[in-house]
Write a protein that binds this ligand. Structure first.
Ligand code: HEM
Length: 813
């Protein structure tokens, strides 16, 4: 009994302690909040945004650090939204200052665009490391002047042409070195930072010798660790090492500066073009004052750091994202522009040009999406110079403001499914102002944004065309989202990369009906149950529509006799000229036997490709669209859903390719896979049921190889609504070269360690060609009595056939 009482007492005591701690915590927090805001007066206090100041001294710093250390950095802002609602601004206490957190596009935009109301407000520890005379601490006028001087030479892609060939050569040499057998494993991020550092040093301090570069680079590594650490200036702590690194940087840069001044005093002129250091040495303000050495050194320390660190990280993540998403990798490499760019570079051209860079549309989407997902600059700091209202709440004069770019980029109301890496979300119009802030906005917009994008794109271009990564430590992502060490190697294993299936379809009588309608054999197969004349009539209407589209929009009368096997076959003659105002009727096109007319043919092919991509709704007039829709419906009705079933089947494959896989890959854990359900009852049976396991392992690309000529085949793809599932680059005409040759080209384009091919059709030629290629072949047979288009055919069946062929061939050898 006594023991029972003792246990009860202990429980009471424990409960009292917990209640006491909770009470003390609440009282201390309230008191801290009151102390911080009391001086504002009742009126201004009542206008403050919601939030809490946390404990004295630490404020919200523990919660902030905990969120980032736990691998869920978004938890920090999420806790404010959960507790105080979606007000867009919150008050708190961080880095020893009362602070407003701005977390929505509107709030960030307002602060960033008001350079009189807000100046920079970086924590003191950061300013000490970057430099008190750098942009993070300069007066408004000095900032404007030195920014103008230094930003112009690295801003705008035209200004960057000067550096392009150096960037190109540096990237090519780096990739070659890392992938050479002598290099063994390399630390990918370290090497990328070295590469971007070499580039920025060339721009700012050309001619720096290797010893100087190495000394600087080592010091920057320590400086950057210190910037992300607690500001504890004691031996053994990162911040202490960072301060030491800064002193080293100052001394190395001062040495270079002294050398230049001494040479100039002796009348020596430096060889080569002026670099940024020269510009800073010669700069004068309106009163003729030149910059002092410590000002030049601090500006250089800031630029050299900003100019390599973020670019190196983003390059790494873009590469990793591409590598881990074989479907996006394939699209960037083949379906989008990189191979095309490579093909179009004339033999006389040395390296990439700006024109090539401007063609990298999809790659630019990949880079933007990487910037959005990675958020290397996740927050920025300002300070209010006067009382200002944002989102209806007061930001008191002198308070710090943190701009949470990361929250904007991860806001599911701005970016649906924000954790999904999906470059396609950048198709269409540019984002609304304030919603995409990887480089900030306003007067302090990153001056190196164009340079960074150029470097990253040049790297990805070369990487996509010739390299792969193999991670030596695949678990490192979970340790930290920002840090990764990846090893370069020549190949990747089948387990790590998802399998990509390339389906090669025959067109006529497999995906579309025309011949059998025209000659009545379609109706004939139904033993009089189908109206023969109607079949022929529908066939003729299709024929007319195809020809009309070819003649009206695809230059068919002019180019009919010059059939090419695919649309980019003459791409090498295309000089990239802007065709918006080009007059095709007046360019006197004739037989493309010389370079000039080959170029005119290439222009026509490009225009056709662009129209194909836009879709028929954009190029046909209202009347033609109606004719087309009516004919499509009539055919579908007459053939019991023959056309739409083919399309649905294709769409199912594309679903894997586009949505499901991307969702599953990088971030989603344990999500169930949505399976497309066709609305047509007959189709449901035809499509069978795919399982989460099978979809998770595969992605797919559709190609068409048709024995018809190319231009009408493209028209057919559009009219039979296959353009959403087959890109124009993937349509091949075997008319003059035969199917086997087309299959070989497709293999050349897509072949890789995890790529499988499968031919699907109804004819002998594709069957024989598939046998020669050792690809599985799925025969489409027409059964008039079957209830749907592909009797007995569904994804699991196709995969079983492919598994059998590929597994036995891998066992063979
Ligand atoms: C992917 C690469 C890069 C990212 C994500 C990035 C991001 C940013 C961001 C967000 C800011 C604005 C900070 C603010 O709002 O206060 C900024 C400023 C700055 N960046 Fe970058 N940057 C990158 C590359 C570069 C490069 C290559 C250079 C140098 C050539 C550079 C030089 C600077 C400088 C000097 C500033 C300060 C501008 C000012 O205060 O006026 N950055 N950067």
């Amino acid at each position: 009994m006594a023991a029972a009482w003792a246990a009860g007492d202990l429980w009471v005591l424990a409960a009292a302690v917990v209640a006491g701690v909770v009470l003390v915590d609440a009282v201390v927090r309230r008191a801290h909040d009151w102390v911080r805001v009391a001086a504002l007066g009742a009126e201004r206090r009542s206008r403050l945004p919601p939030g809490e100041m946390g404990w004295p001294m630490v404020g919200s710093m523990w919660a902030f650090l905990r969120a980032f250390k736990s691998g869920n950095p978004d938890a920090f802002i999420a806790s404010f939204i959960r507790r105080f609602g979606r007000t867009g601004v919150y008050r708190t206490f961080m880095f020893s200052s009362p602070t407003i957190l701005a977390v929505t596009p509107e709030a960030c935009k307002q602060v960033l665009m008001d350079d009189e109301g807000f100046v920079t407000g970086w924590p003191k520890a950061t300013v000490t490391l970057i430099g008190p005379k750098s942009f993070v601490n300069m007066s408004y006028d000095d900032h404007r002047r030195i920014r103008k001087l230094t930003a112009a030479p690295i801003n705008g892609f035209d200004a960057l042409t000067t550096y392009l060939s150096f960037i190109d050569q540096t990237v090519v040499a780096s990739l070659r070195r890392w992938s050479s057998p002598e290099s063994g494993q390399v630390e990918f991020l370290t090497e990328l930072r070295r590469m971007t550092f070499k580039i920025i040093v060339q721009i700012f301090m050309s001619g720096a010798d290797d010893a100087t570069m190495e000394a600087l680079e080592r010091s920057y590594t320590d400086l950057n660790y210190g910037m992300r650490a607690m500001a504890i200036n004691l031996p053994g702590f990162a911040y202490y090492r960072a301060l030491r690194a800064r002193r080293k940087l100052v001394s190395v840069l001062q040495g270079v500066l002294d050398g230049r001044r001494a040479a100039a005093a002796k009348g020596f002129k430096r060889s080569g073009a002026m670099d940024m250091m020269d510009r800073l040495i010669e700069a004068e303000d309106e009163r003729g004052r030149r910059l002092a050495d410590d000002e030049i050194v601090d500006v250089l320390i800031m630029y050299l750091n900003a100019g390599h660190e973020s670019s190196g990280h983003i390059t790494m993540w873009a590469t990793v994202f591409l590598q881990e998403n074989p479907d996006i990798f394939a699209r960037a490499k083949v379906q989008a522009e990189q191979e095309e760019i490579m093909r179009s570079i004339p033999a006389t051209q040395n390296g990439l040009t700006l024109r090539d860079f401007k063609k990298m549309h999809f790659l630019s989407q990949v880079v933007d999406e990487t910037l959005r997902c990675v958020n290397i600059s996740f927050v920025s700091f300002r300070q209010a110079t006067r009382d200002i209202f944002v989102n209806g709440y007061l930001i008191p004069k002198g308070w710090k403001v943190q701009l949470w770019y990361r929250s904007v980029h991860m806001d599911d109301q701005v970016y649906p499914d924000p954790k999904m890496f999906n470059p396609s979300r950048w198709e269409g119009p540019p984002p609304k102002a304030g919603t995409f802030l990887p480089f900030g906005l306003g007067a302090r917009l990153c001056p190196g944004n164009d340079l960074a994008k150029l470097e990253i794109s040049v790297f990805l271009h070369h990487f996509l065309l010739g390299y792969k990564l193999k991670r030596a430590n695949p678990k490192c992502r979970s340790r930290s989202e920002m840090d990764g060490v990846v090893a370069a190697s020549a190949d990747a294993t089948r387990d790590e990369i998802k399998i990509m299936n390339v389906y090669i379809w025959d067109m006529d009588e497999t995906l579309i009906l025309l011949k059998s309608l025209l000659d009545g054999s379609y109706a004939g197969a139904f033993d009089g149950l189908k109206d023969h004349d109607k079949s022929v009539d529908i066939g003729k209407r299709w024929e007319n529509l195809i020809l009309e589209l070819c003649d009206e929009h695809f230059f068919y009368e002019e180019i009919e006799n010059y059939n090419e096997p695919f649309l980019s076959a003459v791409k090498e003659y295309d000089d990239g000229k802007d065709l918006t105002t080009y007059d095709f009727e007046a360019d006197c096109f004739s037989s493309p036997y010389d370079d000039l007319n080959k170029r005119k043919l290439a222009y026509r092919h490009r225009a056709i490709g662009e129209k194909y991509t836009k879709g028929l709704e954009k190029i046909l007039d209202h009347h033609m669209i109606k004719v087309w829709n009516d004919l499509y419906s009539a055919t579908d009705k007459y053939t019991d859903g023959w056309l739409s079933s083919a399309l649905m089947w294709h769409n199912q494959m594309l679903m894997w390719y586009n949505r499901v896989l991307m969702r599953l890959k990088l971030y989603k854990v344990g999500a169930s896979v949505p399976c497309m359900r066709p609305s047509h009852k007959l189709l449901e049976e035809a499509m069978g049921k795919s399982t989460a396991e099978s979809t998770a392992k595969h992605s797919s690309i559709n190609c068409i190889v048709t024995s018809g000529s190319l231009i009408p085949s493209l028209a057919k793809c559009l009219l039979y609504r296959l353009d959403d599932v087959v890109a124009f680059e993937n349509v091949y005409s075997s008319w003059e070269v035969g199917k086997l040759q087309c299959f070989k080209w497709i293999k050349e384009r897509y072949d890789g360690p995890n790529v499988r091919f499968c031919a699907i059709g109804d004819g002998h030629e594709e069957c024989t060609a598939a046998q020669i290629m050792k690809w599985p072949f799925v025969k489409i047979e027409f059964h008039p009595d079957a209830p749907h288009r592909f009797p007995g055919l569904n994804l699991p069946t196709i995969h079983r056939i492919m598994d059998t062929v590929y597994d036995s061939s891998s066992n063979d050898g």
